[in-house]
Design a protein around this ligand. Structure first.
Ligand SMILES: Nc1ncnc2c1ncn2[C@@H]1O[C@H](COP(=O)(O)OP(=O)(O)OP(=O)(O)O)[C@@H](O)[C@H]1O
Ligand SMILES: [Mg+2]
Length: 409
């Protein structure tokens, strides 16, 4: 759509239509006269003044000027795709990124910092009806919160859209607002309880917020569409008491794209944590963990790219580490996570050959890598090798060892 085509300010003609346009996809035109018996009609392009004769099937009615910059598009007399796109674009170029369509809140991602998620803005939206404030994700969160309290029913907010649409970022804003309003809910109990709740909530807020860097380090990766793409689904449940105070929260994750571990497209990476460890750990830490110097040195990582523009993996590693500490993980647990992550990468570097021509049985070429994996995982190296080359299988109730070919290993 052309941003230069806007409705005349005094426009009152209802015969304004969107017509296909090769260059702009859609352009505005005025219908001149009545359609003929086979449904063709004369139109005049608003942009060029050119007269055309087109099928009425290709015309979609436009709304009049009073519907420009509309906050809730369900009031559109003509609720069609061009009118929706025109309105969203008009708002987007005016730096307005949220628009309602009934219960749905549409977000157009500006890919730039927008200062509209502060506590003071949460305060502005707290307890307000939708119509009282401009569209915002905080209004959605606030309405769900109030409905839960007044109707006594659990509420669900679904964030959906294509990769890079802003689901992850908006879901974080929803949590932020819910934590804010629940933490500032006064008049529900004695002041000491409210104060206790505030302290508890502060810890909970910290945990809810600090869990994200961990989830993202282990479950997000760079793709061609989004440098921080979630490669898993997430179901966040926040439990409130009848007064609207937060009792606890849980996060369920599902459908992790684990195949991304072993191979990636040229512009993609695997999960951030691996690059963070390579860049963020000291040489001596990496030596103990058998972590290589560069991502491309790993068989599992060599096909993808290893850097994200404007992202420093070493800094990101420090944030992930900080988040793990905030979540209460101790040094030993963090060490175990490192060891498992390192072992996963090393599995890709195990090389196999065929024992002899007449036998399909694979043999391990680089036992030193298997020794490193066994060390990291705290298992017996020989048993690990056997489980790869001759895994134990159950046949009719008794167990036996099956020979593996190179492809099967
Ligand atoms: N509200 C916002 N304000 C500013 N920038 C944003 C906002 N939401 C998203 N972005 C930008 O867009 C990027 C992609 O957003 P996000 O990761 O939330 O997308 P997504 O829908 O979760 O994608 P995926 O399905 O790939 O996980 C963010 O890294 C950020 O740069
Ligand atoms: Mg995401």
């Amino acid at each position: 759509m052309s941003s230069s085509v806007t409705l005349p300010a005094d426009f009152s003609n209802k015969n304004l239509v969107w017509i296909p346009n090769e260059k702009l996809a859609l352009s505005l035109a005025l219908v001149c006269g009545e359609p003929d018996s086979v449904g063709w009609v004369d139109v005049e392009s608003i942009e060029t003044g050119e007269r055309l004769r087109i099928s009425t099937d290709d015309c979609q009615k436009s709304n009049t000027a009073e519907y420009e910059n509309c906050e809730n598009m369900t009031i559109f007399p003509c609720l069609n795709e061009p009118s929706i796109l025109k309105n969203l674009k008009h708002r987007f170029v005016s730096n307005v990124f949220y628009t309602y369509s009934g219960q749905t809140c549409i977000f157009i991602n500006p890919y730039k910092h927008i200062p509209i998620y502060t506590d003071s803005i949460s305060k502005d939206y707290q307890g307000k009806k939708r119509k009282e404030m401009p569209p915002h994700i905080f209004a959605i969160a606030d309405e769900a919160y109030r409905k839960m309290i007044y109707e006594g029913k659990g509420q669900t907010i679904l964030c959906t859209g294509e990769s890079g649409a802003g689901k992850t970022e908006n879901s974080k804003k929803i949590i932020k607002h819910l934590v804010y309003v629940a933490g500032n809910r006064s008049g529900v109990d004695s002041s000491s309880t409210v104060e206790q709740n505030r302290i508890f909530m502060d810890t909970l807020e910290n945990r809810l917020i600090h869990v994200n860097p961990i989830l993202e380090a282990f479950g997000n990766s760079k793709t061609s569409k989004n440098y921080n793409s979630s490669r898993f689904g997430k179901f966040v449940k926040i439990h409130f008491d009848k007064n609207g105070l937060i009792l606890g929260a849980s996060i369920e994750t599902f459908l992790l794209e684990s195949s991304r571990i072993t191979n990636q497209e040229q512009d993609d990476r695997t999960f951030h944590i691996f690059y963070q460890m390579i860049q963020g750990l000291s040489k001596s830490q990496r030596d103990v963990l058998f972590i290589k110097d560069k991502a491309v040195d790993y068989e599992f990582l060599k096909n993808g790219c290893d850097k994200i523009p404007c992202v420093n993996d070493a800094d990101e590693y420090r944030q992930t580490l900080q988040a793990m500490l905030m979540m209460g993980l101790n040094d030993e647990q963090i060490n175990q996570i490192h060891r498992i992550a390192s072992a996963i990468l090393l599995f890709g570097d195990l090389n196999f050959s065929q024992v002899n021509k007449d036998d399909d049985q694979a043999a391990l070429v680089n036992k030193n890598v298997a020794d490193q994996i066994a060390d990291l995982l705290g298992v017996d190296a020989q048993k690990l090798i056997e489980s790869i080359l001759k895994p134990k299988i159950e046949v009719q109730g008794s167990s036996t060892h099956r020979s593996q070919t190179i492809d099967q290993t």
